[in-house]
Design a protein around this ligand. Structure first.
Ligand code: NAD
Length: 485
């Protein structure tokens, strides 16, 4: 078992209350993975004070100097990649292949923003008069808070921390309590790489105490959150009265549309990967498959065959395609959605059961599940399940497919499978989503490209990832200088 303290003002320290909590392995709940500090409001307040104290000194360093620390941290993480991936799998449950990919993503993100540091700065703008210089300065915001979910426990903290730090902010981060280890390991790497004390603090603990303090403290100039709509919208309202900058990235109900002209083998492969990879616990997971009626039967045959072929088990074992749900609560929620959908008239084509054979009985395993005859008004077609459950809806035309896809209040990722270039381009124009994928899985992002949702999936005023991520973490000042006299 690992034991972690909070990381505040450059020191590893216990909670003021002395309380702790533990995480267990979702693949085998008998195994305690790690023990953490149960931070409370006072711990968050202390971390914010440390950040406030360190902010000016950090802001006064150059972006290039800050970038060097990120690049060094990237190397340190790389030297520990295998160990971190194993710990990630033990704590969150995804397969070792998925965890290794995610740790690599964090390594690459730190490297990317380390390099980007050489390009950060303002812009020179032509003035209308001679002897005048007009330019912008890019400046940090001060103290920035980050609140992250459990499903990408290293990638999401990394894609917020790297642009926040390279922009010159002091940061307090609160990871989700289901899987905090990776955030503390990022802090360890950054500290070893030379990050000054107080510039980064990690406070573990409950959302309603630690998270609420980060949302409401007047010294926090900006807060970037990823998680559920319920929590994100509540935090947004806490930030609004003091006009703190807000970035809320929330859930989706991502469609993959399969048109009559699609390569049906490819379509089934994409849906299986995007629906059941990461146990369906991705914000960009495919959860609605909208299929033109003429190819429904052959598509379903292929989808069911590929789904049944998936191997479910402990993500540390070789050859496993899908790990467990993150918790008993998540598993029970997934199964309840399936029961509800069947009661609403959906047809269960495969899966639908908890898996309890042998060692699986100690974990939160279930079968990957496909339900057909789902109608747009059913709960399963409207709400995010966040598990390995795919709902298939039949439509008569491309236009109806887009209308069904756009019929919800969320818009994160949306995929289309077609060989028709015109329809692909029309789809890119008409679909209401922040990420559009054509003949690709709805999950999976390029770290160098902007990412974020639209509608109720995001506050959508700033994008995450890519070079543009620094927009959220910095402000521009416009300077007019007259040297004509
Ligand atoms: P969650 O909203 O339950 O928790 C997210 C974080 O908020 C956690 O750290 C939690 O402790 C904290 N929190 C909870 N209550 C709080 C409060 N009152 N004040 C402040 N902080 C509080 O979400 P989750 O279950 O960890 O993650 C799953 C959700 O995240 C899904 O809806 C998923 O779609 C979404 N998600 C979105 C993206 C994206 O980029 N759009 C990426 C990954 C996950």
């Amino acid at each position: 078992m690992h034991t972690y303290q909070n990381f505040i003002a450059g020191e590893w320290i216990a909670a003021k209350s002395g309380q702790t909590f533990q995480t267990t392995n979702p693949a085998d709940s008998r195994e305690v993975v790690a023990q953490y500090v149960r931070g409370e409001q006072a711990d968050a307040t202390g971390a914010i004070a440390a950040a406030k104290g360190a902010a000016a000194g950090w802001a006064a360093t150059t972006a290039v100097a800050r970038g060097r620390i990120l690049s060094k941290a990237s190397q340190l993480l790389e030297s520990r990649k295998a160990e971190l991936a194993e710990l990630l799998t033990r704590e969150e449950g995804k397969t070792l292949v998925e965890s290794s990919g995610e740790v690599q993503r964090a390594i690459d993100i730190f490297r990317f923003f380390g390099g980007l540091s050489y390009t950060l700065g303002g812009q020179t703008i032509p003035h209308d008069l001679p002897g005048n210089l007009l330019f912008t300065r890019r400046e940090p915001l001060g103290v920035v808070a980050l609140i992250t979910p459990w499903n990408f426990p290293i990638a999401i903290p990394a894609w917020k921390l790297a642009p926040a730090l390279v922009s010159g902010n002091a940061v307090v981060i609160k990871p989700a309590s289901q899987a905090p280890a990776m955030t503390l390991e990022l802090a360890r790497a950054l500290a070893e790489a030379g990050l000054p004390k107080g510039v980064l603090s990690v406070v573990t603990g409950e959302g309603r105490s630690v998270g609420a303090e980060l949302a409401s403290h007047p010294a926090v100039a900006a807060l970037s959150f990823t998680g559920s709509y319920a929590v994100g919208s509540a935090i947004y309202q806490q930030l609004a009265p003091r006009m703190a900058r807000a970035q809320m990235e929330m859930g989706g109900k991502n469609p993959t549309i399969v048109l009559t002209d699609a390569d049906l083998d490819l379509a089934a492969t994409l849906v299986v990967k995007a629906g059941f990879g990461l146990t369906g616990q991705a914000c960009t997971a495919t959860s609605r498959v909208i299929v033109e009626h003429r190819v429904l039967e052959p598509f379903l045959d292929k989808l069911v065959a590929k789904t049944r072929a998936l191997k479910v088990g402990n993500g540390l074992a070789a050859g496993i395609d899908m790990g467990p749900a993150v918790s008993r609560q998540q598993l029970e929620g997934n199964l309840a959605y399936i029961d509800g959908a069947v009661k609403d008239g959906a047809k269960l084509l495969c899966g639908g059961q908890r898996l309890t054979d042998g060692d699986l009985a100690h974990g939160w395993f279930m079968q990957p599940t496909v339900l057909a005859d789902v109608k747009p008004a059913m709960r399963l077609a409207c709400e995010e399940v966040f598990g390995p459950v795919v709902a298939v809806l039949a439509v008569e035309s491309f236009d109806e497919a887009i209308a069904v896809a756009n019929g919800l209040e969320v818009g994160l990722s949306a995929s289309l499978v077609t060989r028709d270039l015109k329809k692909a381009m029309l789809y890119a124009e008409r679909i209401e989503a922040g990420v559009v994928k054509i003949n690709q899985i709805s999950t999976g992002l390029a770290l160098q490209a902007p990412f974020g949702g639209v509608k109720k999936s995001s506050t959508d005023s700033f994008k995450e990832q890519g070079a543009g991520a620094i927009e959220f973490y910095s402000k521009l000042k416009t300077v007019y200088l007259d040297y004509s006299a």
